[in-house]
Write a protein that binds this ligand. Structure first.
Ligand code: HEM
Ligand SMILES: *[C@@H]1O[C@H](CO)[C@@H](O)[C@H](O)[C@H]1NC(C)=O
Ligand SMILES: *[C@@H]1O[C@H](CO)[C@@H](O)[C@H](O)[C@H]1NC(C)=O
Ligand SMILES: *[C@@H]1O[C@H](CO)[C@@H](O)[C@H](O)[C@H]1NC(C)=O
Length: 322
């Protein structure tokens, strides 16, 4: 699997030079969909069954698992760094501001990992489990599917400070564009990925300022949210990111933005008279365009700086290094 072979034929003055090169055991930075087809053929079906059960048990878990993959990939690449607990040698990502009291689904990933380890010990990485679980979560909630690229390995470190690469809910449009462009995403890809907020929940502390001070918010929507998110206290009270269909992966998020019912300040920035309004309009009227763009963008997200070949390791437990 860590073997890259290629051959080239170069015609020069009708003489053909055949160049063969075959590096054995050298890092292949390419991920591939069939990475585990020989080494752990039942890995994907095992992950899917576990995700389906978790989502059946609690629909929000699909959102939480999708978000774990995002928060993994944006911080030092898709290497499962987000799953590492703090150790004496590093402070991990879980207590960083974007993650603390917020990320969830660790227990579901740990349970999937132990099932996959008993099938094929030391083969399937935690980073790949996150990528597959994200796709299966979207599918379980009615979204479209995509082919997951595989072959990522797990990091041996995590980075509290690099968690600042993640966007904040107080960002304006310029800051959102900038945060994603630092990871080589276009503005269009950023808008498509933001459609993830068509599922899941947010804590009052992360949208309070918006519902008490923003003007680009539907006033009855703001009033209804204040009941469950007081100006003082209730920091952890939840409200759905998509007020109309929070457990269905559809395009309602974009329709909500058109009626100024985005929950987070950052959500509404995508439809606030700026350059991304037209794309929000397009996704509102054309759900299949959103689904296609979303799938392409999330596959690209899954390609952020993966560890491959002999870099990193395949962790036995996702929460600690071997
Ligand atoms: C565009 C910039 C983004 C910002 C500012 C942002 C911010 C947030 C915030 C503040 C929450 C609520 C967290 C809480 O209160 O506990 C949240 C939830 C969520 N985010 Fe994002 N996010 C962004 C992009 C994304 C992307 C790209 C994805 C996935 C690819 C994503 C997936 C989710 C999901 C699914 C939830 C709900 C999680 C749950 O219910 O457990 N977000 N996001
Ligand atoms: C890892 O940390 C999480 C939360 O920070 C905690 O709930 C969990 O028990 C820890 N896991 C282990 C195995 O120590
Ligand atoms: C966005 O926020 C940054 C940082 O606060 C600020 O410098 C910039 O002027 C803001 N941009 C717009 C268009 O409001
Ligand atoms: C973005 O692209 C540049 C140029 O190809 C590359 O050097 C950089 O590593 C990429 N950044 C990320 C986060 O992938």
């Amino acid at each position: 699997m860590a073997t890259t072979c290629f051959s080239m034929t170069i015609p020069i003055f009708k003489i053909r030079f055949f160049l063969f090169s075959c590096f054995i055991g050298i890092v292949s930075s390419q991920l591939s969909p069939d990475f585990y087809s020989k080494t752990c053929p039942n890995a994907l079906s095992t992950i899917k069954t576990a995700v389906d059960n978790a989502v059946k048990n609690e629909a929000r878990m699909g959102a939480s698992l999708l978000r774990l993959h995002f928060h993994d990939c944006f911080v030092q690449g898709c290497d499962a760094s987000v799953l590492l607990n703090d150790t004496s040698s590093f402070t991990g990502e879980q207590t960083a501001r974007p993650n603390i009291n917020s990320l969830r689904g660790f227990d579901v990933i740990d349970s999937i990992k132990s099932q996959v380890e008993s099938l094929c010990p030391g083969v399937v990485s935690c980073a790949d489990i996150l990528a597959v679980a994200a796709r299966d979560s979207v599918v379980a909630l009615g979204g479209s599917s995509w082919t997951v690229q595989l072959g990522r390995r797990d990091s041996t470190t995590a980075s509290f400070s690099s968690a600042s690469d993640l966007p904040t809910p107080l960002s304006n449009l310029t800051q959102l564009i900038d945060t994603f462009s630092k990871k080589n995403f276009t503005t269009e890809e950023m808008v498509a990925l933001s459609g993830s907020h068509t599922i899941g929940q947010a804590n009052c502390v992360r949208f309070r300022t918006r519902i008490y001070t923003n003007t680009n918010i539907d006033s009855s929507f703001a009033t209804s949210l204040r009941a469950n998110c007081p100006s003082i206290g209730g920091d952890n009270s939840l409200s759905p990111l998509d007020t109309t269909s929070p457990t269905t992966f559809d395009n309602a998020y974009f329709k909500n933005l058109q009626s100024r019912k985005g929950l987070l300040h950052s959500d509404q920035e995508l439809f606030n008279g700026g350059s991304t309004d037209s794309q929000v309009n397009a996704y509102s009227t054309d759900p299949s365009r959103f689904k296609t763009d979303f799938a392409n963008a999330i596959v690209k997200m899954g390609n952020l700086s993966p560890l491959t070949g002999s870099s990193g390791q395949i962790r036995t437990n996702c929460w600690k290094t071997n």
